[in-house]
Design a protein around this ligand. Structure first.
Ligand code: URA
Length: 243
């Protein structure tokens, strides 16, 4: 169930505020009856009319984007930078990113117009695992790895246990490539975790979100999730298991 003004806004008829005014002015009917209460909730099967014209409720859509660098995980940007939704010029549904990746982070980012789905996947009480591959300045030492695995203190609290695996380590160049798996989603969490043990992250990619990867896509490309993947993601968020 969604609030009536949201359904009207999502159908592209008017802004949320304008939709409220249409309701207050008696221009909106639900199943043939004029409704003037702003809190009214409707389901996708309810017939909603604005000025006696039935509105089409938008279908829910789900995309997996291989986010490129230098794009912002938002629908609009007041500084005029490219946003991830700019990569979907022919998609007319009002999609938004599920959570965020930093401007210069690449990798798996989901986009949808399904607010409830997005809440389930980003809510801290649910735990979808995310694996990042980070290029670090300096060589990551064993004790530093252990600290990350146990959890490190950040300004907004201690991080939950993480899995850390060194992919390659180059003493001469002073750099380490490492995979880290976490299930929280604190702001800039991975960068801050490595900074907390003394390493700056120079490159960061989200390799995996739950069971989803960027396989088959180049940076900037996207595909639709299958209905089965959408179902599996919901199950994963709620139980930590697929299926
Ligand atoms: N952690 C970060 O530091 N940045 C991201 O973009 C995602 C996770």
């Amino acid at each position: 169930m969604e609030r009536l003004q949201k359904v009207i806004a999502h159908a592209g008829i008017a802004s949320r505020r304008k939709a409220e005014q249409l309701i207050l002015d008696g221009q909106v009917k639900v199943n043939g009856e004029i409704v003037r209460e702003l809190g009214t909730k409707v389901s996708p099967t309810d017939r909603v009319e604005v000025d006696n014209v039935k509105i089409e409720q938008e279908d829910k859509v789900y995309f997996l984007l291989y986010k490129p660098r230098n794009t912002i995980s938002a629908v609009t940007d007041d500084r005029g930078r490219d946003t991830v939704t700019d990569l979907f010029p022919n998609v007319h549904e009002r999609i938004f990113p599920v959570g965020r990746l930093d401007f210069d982070t690449t990798g798996v980012l989901l986009l949808t117009n399904d607010g409830e789905f997005s809440n389930v996947l980003t809510h801290p009480k649910y735990n979808v695992e995310k694996t990042y591959v980070a290029t670090l300045q300096g060589v990551l030492k064993r004790e530093e790895m252990r600290k990350l695995e146990r959890g490190v203190m950040l300004e907004d609290g201690k991080t939950a246990p993480a899995r850390v695996r060194i992919i390659s380590s180059d003493d001469r160049k002073g750099k380490t490539i490492v995979a880290i798996t976490i299930h929280e989603g604190k702001n800039r969490q991975v960068r801050r975790m490595f900074e907390a043990v003394g390493h700056r992250v120079s490159k960061l990619k989200r390799e995996q979100f739950g069971f989803l990867t960027t396989m088959g896509l180049n940076a900037g490309e996207w595909r639709e999730l299958t209905p089965h993947e959408v179902k599996q993601l919901r199950a994963l968020a709620q139980t930590g298991k697929i299926g």
